[in-house]
Design a protein around this ligand. Sequence first.
Ligand code: IVH
Length: 691
Amino acid sequence: MTDPEARIAELRAEVAHHNHLYHELDAPELPDADFDALARELRALEAEFPEYAVPDSPALAVGGAASTAFAPVTHAVPMTSLDNAMDADELRAWADRVVRGLGGRTPTFVCELKIDGLAMSLRYEGGELVQAATRGDGRVGENVTANVRTIADIPHRLTAPATGMPDVVEVRGEVYMSTAVFEALNDEYAAAGERPLVNPRNAAAGSLRQKDPEATARRRLSFWAYQLGDVVGGPEFTTHHETLEFIGAIGFPVNPEIRSFESIDDVAAFCLDRQEHRHALAYEIDGVVVKVDDLAQREELGYTSRAPRWAIAYKFPPEERTTLLRDIQVSVGRTGRATPFAVLEPVFVGGSTVAMATLHNQDQVAIKDVRLGDTVIVRKAGDVIPEVVGPVLSLRPDGVEPWTFPTECPACGNPLVRPEGEADTRCVAPDCPAQRDQKVAYWASRGAMDIEGLGEQMVEKLTAAGLVRDPADLYSLTVEQLVELERVGETSAANLVAEIDRSRQQPLWRLLTALGVRHLGPAASQALATEFHTLDAIREKSIDELAAVEGVGTVIATTVHEWLQLEANQAYLERLRDAGLNFGDPEAAKAAAEARAAVPQTLEGRAVVVTGAVPGHTRESAEEAIVLRGGKSPGSVSKKTYALVVGEGAGASKLTKAEANGTPIVSAERFDDLLADPDAVVAEVAAAGEG
Ligand code: IVH
């Protein structure tokens, strides 16, 4: 075991160093999760070995010292940090301490989203914004008033509340950059060949530290208010809810996703639910902040040396970590595109172990300037594929060279080409084995024909043995042929033949997807199959007719039309038809038209969005019922949405959006009434809303 005293010293140095980089220079080298791990280890060791504890340990520091670029501001009320709970057990342990601290009473808990930005203190005197300050070390922050004045969400003058304007009000909240702005800025930077912003949080912090307020203005920052600081005069509050209502009334945006609970189990369930849906928001969150609602109870609980006892941050698992970049390789896909990817020292991030991550294309590698041997930041957010964000430059070993893109296809050795003005480099050899293998593997993949047991390795064996040149060949494979292959037994051979046979019955949309037509994914394939029912019908349609289908559009319509007209593809399709694949049911087209004619078209041209459970329906049958009546049932709310049907387990973001747009919100209990007489139900809802 290492000497605890030495480890504590080492950790103190590291934590202090990274604190400085993060809070003072806005140039963190480590993702938050890595930093948190260091600070937690240090706090744990200091607790275990109090003989080595010191009063000014960096583990207790709230932020960084104020930099010298902006004038210092001493906070009238210190801005403390929050303790973290990394899982539900730590959350429960916190709640137990709270209940004990309150002599056995369970408080009302308020849950708020933990916005991933930076804390800001806004001081108003006589209703006028006089000072905006960062948190700094919690006691002294930086005066960033001129920059903060450019943030549209932050009022320069408060709306007077009914209770009268307090002499002094300090509103605290989070300055953040929305995901849309972050992406738009990064697109701009990429086009200009500039290094991208690492993440919205760093981008927001960096934007506030600009010397020129105009530069801050261009970064289009936003703000959510969540707390009061110093207040002189004005109303008295007894709960957090009341303060938030007040903050809203004087002109601040307060995040709507706020919930109260009486039990910590409900709090934990809410945290998990928000974690699951964290990417459904227009901005990044890194957790849920749980607070005691009652202000007198807060007072009873008080503060530790670094944070209030009455609040805790439930942190989501990290989506960014650092790891070692071992190699950069290039893979060739089914369209010949050569994609560079990073081979990494495996790291657990975003809920799974990541050993490879895409680097997108040649320019991306150059802009990010990642080199073999670099420590890199890896990001995996939700279902999004893992990505290398960039190198940690200060950890780069001496003498590493920039990486250069290969000039030859790694699979067939033919030259790679990059057409002028295009981002992608391609292998254009018609017989490239990588392209052929990828086409077959794509055909068999989950989102296409879903043939189990036909992964990339099996495909390689089949093509290498000359048994398969394209997907149509799969349908004449025999068990006898398969058992000849290396490490393929009787059972797996029989299973594979059965699986391939089963795929003959896959619905038309899967066949359409599996063809691998450029731009044509599962969603558009489903739309085409639902509208036209057979492949032959789709082939007869013009580009305009195809593009008129909801979810298709001109780009997809053009590539689909051209692909289907190409002679070589017609021959390929005939081989697939001969192999017995499902090209759609001509009878279904007639039947659908008849079913529609039998039902009044009450929802003609109207879009009804469904969220949550509809009694007596599955999600599919509810959507079918809408479509059967001439309506559409898109997956998201827009300005054009006719009504939102809301059942149990409804998505908060759809509801928020509908409310913001003034879309009628109909309870799922009334679904059948809505189908029968939508105008009446919508009028009723509108009347209830006004009353
Ligand atoms: S309350 C004493 N509420 O998280 C309570 N903080 O890790 C102080 N944050 O410094 C903060 N969203 O920058 C609170 N809804 C929210 C928040 C929030 C984000 C940030 C804030 C704070 C940090 C603590």
